[in-house]
Design a protein around this ligand. Structure first.
Ligand code: ADP
Length: 638
């Protein structure tokens, strides 16, 4: 039979496994045992609803067998098994190919380094077998099928799949252990005590028994009599199948026994994350519905997060059986970045997975979990602000979407988790902190929206606020304005948008003065408005500006930032802001404009257009006619 070829990427990985100088080759055992445990999980789950599965929960087991003569180590499980097609597709292709994207132009040394990095971070599943074996056979019988098959490969040149004999469903992985070399004593993997310690080190919490034949000795009475007339006892050796792991999963073990490092290691391996989690949350709830949970707040963005393909959910176990891999109902949308495991013995399992999703018991657990995540985040915010900053950079946007969703239904829960950049401080601040630092005369919470912190800080319309030592929240996410609207107020203090609202910085007298200036310059302001045309809804003298001659703001509910946001969305007739050009009447440029208006209308038109173009640029808009603008500026420079 012709050999089948591995997929290119798999072949490369396999090559690296075979030639690996990775120092922790022993992890192959962890990888194979974890696959065996997954396979048993699948059959154990099926047993709940399918009475053709004759095995009871306690019958499931993984077994390690050593044959020193043949130099083989066999890892057997009585799990779901694989059909011939599955053997081919599962073991012929690297499953998580994303993690193994290699460049062709790497040097040998770089490839080696990369291998070490990959193995260290992700493990490499089944392929790690080739770090210690020069030939691997997989005999598997899929549950519910009649025949069995054997997959066999001696390395990167390919594999075969043939019919084979096997009585029960499940899989035997037979590793033909490499001969010892100068650097590596592979025979260790044929020693019972070595394997036992590896199981304890890496796979202790696997929830199914991992059994090995252990050599023991016991006393036996003989007929011989010693000098005192007593019967002599001799010791004989015998072997007994013994469970070598403690079978208690990490989330079931008492908190005192499990360190943060243990939890982090578990997380990294389970979720293929190179970064440790920012937070581990452990819940032991007693009561009407008791459950244990181990939850993680990731320290890096999960793969595909913020895309519609991302599936949220926690893994749900009941009575030691994994019921749902990603149970959506356990996590609210706004905390969908959380990963972890929930284990409860009280769930009624005679209902289907779909029904279980809507089960009342789950809702109770979910409510408890939501409260706890909120509490932990708040604590992180208060006790570890730097970690919280990191968290917020990753998942702040998720919380903001949560704020805005369902007409602000989660406002209470989420609003005190918000942090914002501020014009005054170089770190993110909470609304509480903002409010606490407000000078007495400051009545409102001011915010400005824009693309970046630096662009916002340079906005002319925050000049007057700065001069008064009022801080300004700098909102750079498109959704921020909606968030602020949902929050509404902080201890009765309302928000004011520097791009839209009357900042109410003036005294009554000052206000009168500005009104008067507007009145006095009405003809000029009308002229400017007319010159610019339909885009502008108003031109007025500003009270916000200090050193800048102009700024662009808006009237009405749609702000400039909202207009930009809508512009990016598909569709026609998108809402536009009512643009307002504000002029600084105390600026020299205003005086020039005024003089030109009185003596030279052509020049005045040019001034008006240039000022508007500048206001647009500062506000982050593009000019419709940049060449025309440049020409106008040049004509004045001549
Ligand atoms: P991963 O476990 O990350 O998916 P592996 O390379 O370890 O990647 O395994 C590939 C696939 O082969 C598994 O997803 C599983 O479907 C199948 N597999 C591996 N070992 C077993 C086993 N002992 N029993 C049943 N299926 C298995």
């Amino acid at each position: 039979m012709a050999k089948k070829q591995f997929k290119t990427e798999s072949k490369r990985i396999l090559d690296m496994m075979i030639n690996s100088v990775y120092t922790h080759k022993e992890i192959f055992l962890r990888e194979l045992i974890s696959n065996a445990s997954d396979a048993i999980d699948k059959l154990a789950y099926r047993a709940l609803t399918d009475n053709t599965v004759a095995l009871a929960r306690e019958d499931f087991a993984i077994e390690l067998k050593i044959d020193k003569e043949a130099r083989t180590l066999t890892i057997s499980d009585n799990g779901i098994g694989m059909s011939a097609e599955e053997l081919e597709s599962n073991l012929g292709v690297i499953a998580r190919s994303g993690s193994y994207a290699f460049k062709n132009d790497l040097t040998e040394q770089e490839k080696e380094d990369k291998t070490v990095e990959i193995i260290g971070q992700f493990g490499v599943g089944f392929y790690s077998a080739f770090m210690v074996a020069d030939k691997v056979q997989v005999i598997s019988k899929k549950f519910g099928e009649d025949g069995a098959n054997i997959w066999e490969s001696a390395g990167a040149d390919g594999f075969t799949v043939k019919a084979a004999e096997k009585a029960e469903a499940g899989t035997d992985i037979i590793l033909h252990i490499k001969p010892d070399s100068e650097d590596e004593h592979y025979s260790d993997y044929l020693e019972t005590y070595q394997l036992r310690s590896l199981v304890r080190k890496y796979s202790d919490y696997i929830r199914f028994p991992i059994k090995m034949l252990i050599e023991k000795s016991r006393p036996v009475e003989t007929d011989e009599v010693d000098e005192n007339g007593k019967k002599r006892t001799k010791y004989e050796t015998y072997t007994e199948l013994e469970t070598v792991n403690s079978m208690v999963p990490i989330w079931q073990r008492p908190k005192s026994e499990v360190s943060d490092e243990d939890c982090a290691a578990f997380y990294k391996e389970k979720y293929f994350d190179a970064e440790a989690p920012l937070k581990v949350i452990r819940i032991e709830a007693e009561g009407l519905i008791s459950f244990k949970a181990m939850l993680f707040i990731p320290g890096s963005m999960p793969h595909g997060y913020y895309t519609k393909d991302y599936e949220k959910g926690l893994q749900l176990y009941s009575n030691g059986v994994m019921i749902i891999d990603k149970c959506d109902a356990l996590l609210p949308e706004h905390f969908c970045f959380v990963k972890g495991v929930v284990d409860s013995d009280n769930l009624s399992l005679n209902i289907s997975r779909e029904l279980l999703q809507h089960d009342k018991q789950l809702r109770v657990i979910a409510a408890n979990i939501e409260k706890r995540i909120k509490r932990e985040l708040k604590k992180m915010m208060e006790d570890e602000p730097e970690t919280y900053d990191k968290f917020f950079k990753l998942f702040g946007l998720q919380l903001k979407h949560g704020m805005v969703a369902n007409f602000g239904a989660h406002r209470e829960l989420l609003s005190d988790l918000m942090i914002f950049s501020s014009a005054k401080s170089d770190k993110m601040i909470t609304l509480e902190e903002y409010a606490a630092a407000m000078p007495e005369e400051q009545k409102y919470i001011y915010y400005a929206c824009g693309e970046s912190l630096s662009k916002i800080s340079a906005l002319p319309q925050i000049e007057r606020l700065r001069a008064k030592d009022f801080d300004v929240l700098c909102l750079t996410d498109e959704i921020d304005e909606f968030v602020v609207e949902v929050i509404g107020d902080v201890d009765g203090k309302k928000f004011k948008n520097v791009n839209r609202d009357d900042l109410e910085l003036e005294t009554e007298d000052e206000k009168k003065e500005t009104d008067q200036k507007n009145e006095d310059n009405k003809a000029l302001l009308d002229f400017v408005k007319e010159t610019i045309g339909g885009e502008l809804s108003a031109v007025r003298i500003s009270h916000k500006l200090v050193s800048h001659p102009v700024c662009l703001t808006s009237d009405g509910p749609i702000t400039l930032e909202m207009e930009k946001y809508f512009a990016l969305m598909p569709g026609e007739n998108k809402p536009k802001a009512q643009r307002v050009l504000e002029l600084n009447a105390d600026h020299a440029v205003f005086a020039s404009l005024k003089a030109a208006f009185e003596t030279d209308k052509d020049a005045a038109e040019k001034y008006a257009k240039i000022l508007y173009a500048q206001a647009l640029l500062i506000a982050g808009f593009q000019l419709d006619d940049p060449a025309g603008y440049a020409e106008m500026v040049c004509s004045l420079l001549k």
